[in-house]
Design a protein around this ligand. Structure first.
Ligand code: HEC
Ligand SMILES: [Cu+2]
Length: 350
């Protein structure tokens, strides 16, 4: 049997191991739901602490009462044979210890259930964005502007946004922990979720919040992330205007080669670039993210790679399923020269 110091050491080691997993995230704190960055998340954090302190008070009272009873009424003599006084069928006591838990549970249930409805229901005047889940990336459609994009959800800061969500394949779950709780994306059904950030800090152009799919959805579930990018009202109007432009024409040279490869390699069978392959059936039919303004966003491949990182795009194009196991973008056996040309073209799609 393990006893004493050695047992203590093993227990401490196990606890340290469990706790260390809390900090081994992709980047520290990006999915920290206690770090609320909007009024909804702040209110949910308030509710969490309310429940926590109620539970803490119950724990201390019950365990304290138990410890007190054990100590105060312990048998002083092992075989004095005295049974403690038995109390049974005391109606006052029984009513009291039934009513108190009922009151506590109601105090927790009412504000919880009320918020479940409040933060998943859209006001008729809130701005709407459709969210479509795919294995393994999030796609967005702005119905008021007829704009499609992926991974980076651009919204005006400080405004209530209504997400109307569904899935193209399996069940996913949209979770922006600093802005609201989670909600499912279900094939064939619409679910709604509110998002709201605080106003931008003085002088800031935009602020970024991480999103993660919170429902196991297959091989690359762990690589199904996204970002919410909050911008000013003007910034949002500009962004929409930019997205509505047709694609930037290739300037010849390497970019021109890239545009040619987009057709030759069959990229156009899965990706839409407006002004290039409009006859492809559109995003309702194509299985890949729209690339018309690919370089206007930073995070791609389910928000796991970034254009700002020099090698990321070539890494993706050279073999998508190695980076995202099971990816529906196949390895197209591109040569280094082809990747270079495609990268030049894709980076020009601002
Ligand atoms: C069979 C369909 C298919 C073909 C062919 C295809 N792709 Fe993709 N592509 C996808 C899918 C699906 C994704 C999303 C993968 C993910 O994030 O898991 C994707 C993602 C991408 C992305 C990242 C986009 C983003 O915003 O996340 C780029 C860039 C890209 N593809 C470029 C290309 C290029 C260039 C070619 C041709 C050489 C090509 N694709 C061929 C299906 C395809
Ligand atoms: Cu998912």
């Amino acid at each position: 049997m393990l006893r004493g110091p050695r047992l203590k050491l093993i227990l401490l080691g196990a606890i340290a191991l469990v706790l260390s997993s809390c900090s081994l995230g992709v980047q520290d704190g990006v999915l920290d739901s206690f770090d609320a960055q909007g009024p909804i998340a702040a209110d949910l954090a308030w509710l969490f602490w309310l429940v926590f302190w109620i539970a803490a008070a119950v724990f201390v009272l019950v365990q304290g009462g138990l410890a007190f009873t054990l100590f105060r009424f312990r048998s002083k003599n092992d075989d004095d044979g005295v049974e403690p006084k038995q109390t049974e069928g005391n109606p006052v006591l029984e009513v009291v210890w039934t009513v108190i838990p009922v009151v506590i549970l109601a105090a927790i249930a009412v504000p919880t259930v009320e918020r479940v409805f409040r933060y998943t229901e859209c006001a008729p005047d809130s701005m709407n964005v459709d969210v479509i889940g795919h294995q393994w990336w999030f796609e967005y459609y702005y119905p008021d502007h007829d704009v499609w994009t992926a991974n980076e959800l651009v919204i005006p800061a400080g405004q209530e946004i209504c997400l109307t969500m569904t899935s193209d394949d399996v069940i996913h779950n949209f979770w922006a922990p600093k802005l609201n709780g989670k909600r499912y994306l279900i094939p064939g059904e619409d679910t709604t979720l509110l998002l709201e950030t605080y106003d931008l800090d003085e002088g800031a152009e935009s602020e970024e919040f991480w999103v993660h799919c919170a429902e196991f959805c297959g091989l690359s579930h762990a690589r199904m992330r996204a970002r919410v990018i909050a911008v000013s009202d003007d910034g949002f109007d500009q962004w929409i205007a930019g997205q509505k432009e047709p694609s930037v024409a290739a300037s010849g040279g390497l970019e021109g080669d890239g545009l040619q490869l987009f057709a030759d390699k069959g990229c156009n069978a899965c990706h839409l670039i407006r002004g290039v392959n409009d006859d492809s059936g559109g995003n309702e039919v194509l299985i890949g993210p729209e690339l018309t303004h690919f370089a206007s966003r930073n995070a791609f491949a389910g928000g796991t790679l970034e254009l700002a990182n020099a090698g990321d795009l070539a890494k993706w194009l050279s073999d998508p399923p190695t980076w995202k196991p099971g990816s529906f973008m196949p390895n197209l056996d591109l040569t280094e020269t082809e990747i270079e040309a495609l990268e030049a073209y894709l980076r020009s799609l601002k």
